[in-house]
Design a protein around this ligand. Structure first.
Ligand SMILES: [Fe+2]
Ligand SMILES: [Fe+2]
Length: 133
């Protein structure tokens, strides 16, 4: 099934949802490249782009959580940091057993969906209560 952002991934904050949509769209690009037989060729470029954008996005979230003194900030930051390290391994260790485009895509998709559903959603109601939508 093609990857797409769906309402059940919403954290109820427009700017964050918009950024999540961008990240999902980049996964879609990788999926499309794989479908066209260009997965190997485009893997590094697409994942580097996603990784750069993820850094920007993590900053958005972390600043927002810090500004409103969200109690789960430290744990959340740790998940972002773990992700950054894993992505670097996946993309820049060509001998890694996980480095096929399909498995990189599966990892990124799982991580993103789980992180949004399990971790990002924790700050949604907290920030909503403080007037952030
Ligand atoms: Fe996050
Ligand atoms: Fe996020």
């Amino acid at each position: 099934m093609p990857i797409s952002w769906t309402q059940d991934l919403s954290v109820n904050i427009v700017r964050i949802d918009t950024e999540h949509k961008q990240l999902v769209a980049m996964l879609g690009e990788l999926e499309e490249a794989i479908g066209l037989g260009k997965g190997e060729e485009q893997l590094q470029e697409i994942v580097s782009k996603m990784s750069d954008y993820a850094k920007v996005h993590f900053q958005t979230e972390e600043k927002l959580m810090a500004k409103h003194s969200f109690p789960g900030l430290d744990d959340h930051v740790r998940e972002h940091e773990d992700f950054a390290v894993k992505v670097m391994d996946l993309v820049f260790e060509p001998d890694s057993e996980h480095s096929s485009p399909e498995s990189v895509l599966a990892f990124l998709k799982d991580w993103l969906v789980n992180h949004i559903s399990g971790t990002d959603k924790l700050y949604g109601p907290f920030l909503n209560e403080r007037g952030v939508f």
